[in-house]
Design a protein around this ligand. Structure first.
Ligand SMILES: Nc1ncnc2c1ncn2[C@@H]1O[C@H](COP(=O)(O)OP(=O)(O)O)[C@@H](O)[C@H]1O
Ligand SMILES: [Mg+2]
Length: 214
């Protein structure tokens, strides 16, 4: 088995990242045991959590877009140093729900700050540590939002509709990144049944881990 390995999950809200990851953990735990570390930004460390609190205020605090991008990037750095790197140093397999591509898609694309600008600040933060494999779950924005809403038992409201173009830009940016870094970022059609999305993800991850098929 190739180890250590760093795998990330990307895609919009409602793409199925949490559901698919949950299923994959069930499959991988019996094989990898303590060698499997799953995490999600901000990674449950106090510094990143504190930064998150600043990023998610109860009311609009007038935060500048670049300030926001720098804070997300700072939170990522601390999660990397406290959670991801120590695990990789112990030869573990690390799977993270979101990482650098989220900033590129959301702040670079969605917020219009420029993917190149966001890439530059993130390069400083991650210091070259890109994932070995990124699973990008692709869904049209309407479907992702509808799934999230259905979960909340309410219809898509006016605010969500206003946000639609933001989410569409996020998706287009993810798609562009996937084409540009197609060796690292693998796209999965997440409009398929959850079972099929899990199967497709399984195939990619087991291949990356060199786990033979039964
Ligand atoms: N392929 C799928 N088909 C139908 N529903 C799905 C699919 N993937 C996820 N869902 C549902 O969509 C909602 C959001 O899924 P979730 O895994 O939380 O997405 P994410 O973590 O990407 O935001 C959940 O209610 C989940 O059951
Ligand atoms: Mg999720």
């Amino acid at each position: 088995m190739k180890k250590p390995l760093f795998i990330t999950f990307e895609g919009p809200e409602g793409a199925g990242k949490t559901s698919v990851l949950q299923a994959l953990i069930e499959e991988l735990k019996p094989i990898l045991g303590d060698d499997l570390v799953t995490t999600r930004e901000p990674g449950g460390n106090p510094i990143s959590e504190a930064i998150r609190d600043i990023l998610q205020p109860t009311e609009d605090n007038g935060m500048d877009g670049r300030t926001e991008a720098l804070l997300y990037t700072a939170a990522r750095r601390q999660h990397l140093v406290e959670v991801i790197l120590p695990a990789l140093e112990k030869n573990k397999v690390v799977i993270s729900d979101r990482y650098v591509d989220s900033s590129l898609a959301y702040q670079g694309g969605g917020r219009g700050l420029g993917v190149e600008n966001i890439w530059q600040i993130n390069q400083f933060a991650i210091d070259g540590l890109l994932p070995d494999l990124t699973i990008y779950l692709d869904v049209p924005s309407e479907l992702g939002l509808a799934r999230v809403k259905a979960n909340r038992q309410s219809k898509i409201d006016r605010l969500d509709k206003e946000a639609l173009s933001f989410h569409q830009t996020v998706r287009q940016t993810y798609l562009k990144l996937q084409r540009e870094f197609s060796d690292r970022i693998k796209i999965i059609d997440a409009t398929q049944s959850l079972e099929k999305v899990i199967d497709d993800t399984h195939a990619l991850i087991f291949n990356a881990l060199d786990i033979p098929k039964e």
